[in-house]
Design a protein around this ligand. Structure first.
Ligand SMILES: NC(=O)c1ccc[n+]([C@@H]2O[C@H](COP(=O)([O-])OP(=O)(O)OC[C@H]3O[C@@H](n4cnc5c(N)ncnc54)[C@H](O)[C@@H]3O)[C@@H](O)[C@H]2O)c1
Length: 193
């Protein structure tokens, strides 16, 4: 990542106090970028932001909130002038998703839809989405290629597939979107040089 302040960006990291999100936020601030974290602290602690500050010497802005709160997301995206969003906020337990699929669809899919609405409304169309290898089901051809067929026997994986499908449709409908993600194809980069 660049230290050049002219290339510094303001990035919204959803789920940014969690395991992967906090490491990503640390890398971003160490790269000279400005970071705002949105997290409801369901599975994490705000103390991770203190650790980012003590390691990097840089602060991360924090908004405690839920991606199911569309009004909050709309206000945040309109006011904060983000250049891009990295979306980690989600529930991620396969066993829990089998017991409470409604919650998983509500948070993972509904929350992502809220986020995309808020981004579109604010003219932010650069997104990195944290998907999951679960979307490839019981893949037999290893290593798994990004374009391998998707299938999942559990609601957690199915919510990730649903979001990937939505992102692919969004990119197909409007080539202004730039969407990439772990476990997903680089939608727009596949379509544009
Ligand atoms: N850890 C892995 O090995 C792995 C592998 C593949 C994919 N992923 C995906 O990466 C992302 C991050 O995973 P992680 O391991 O860091 O999980 P994590 O649980 O540590 O982080 C997720 C964060 O999202 C927050 N969150 C949950 N629901 C929320 C809501 N409704 N509103 C706002 N914030 C909410 C949690 O509080 C938590 O801080 C997830 O989307 C997960 O599916 C993780």
């Amino acid at each position: 990542m660049s230290d050049d302040s002219s290339s510094a960006r303001h990035i919204l990291v959803t789920g940014g106090t969690g395991y992967v999100g906090s490491h990503t936020a640390l890398q971003l601030v160490q790269g000279g970028h400005r970071v705002t974290v949105l997290d409801n602290l369901h599975n994490s602690h705000a103390a991770s932001l203190d650790r980012i500050r003590s390691i990097s010497g840089r602060s991360v802005s924090f908004v405690e909130g839920d991606i199911r709160d569309r009004g909050l997301l709309n206000d945040l995206c309109r006011q904060a002038n983000f250049d891009a969003v990295i979306h980690f906020a989600a529930m991620k337990s396969i066993s829990e998703s089998l017991q409470d699929p409604l919650a998983y669809y509500d948070i993972n899919v509904g929350g992502s839809i809220n986020l995309l609405h808020a981004m579109a409304g604010a003219g932010i169309r650069q997104l990195v989405f944290s998907s999951s290898a679960t979307v490839y089901g019981a893949a037999t051809n290893l290593p798994i290629r990004e374009e391998a067929p998707r299938s999942s026997s559990n609601p957690y994986g199915q919510t990730k597939i649903a979001i990937e499908n939505l992102l692919a449709s969004l990119c197909a409908s409007d080539d202004g979107w730039r969407v990439a993600g772990g476990g997903v194809a680089l939608f727009q980069s596949h379509r544009r040089p």
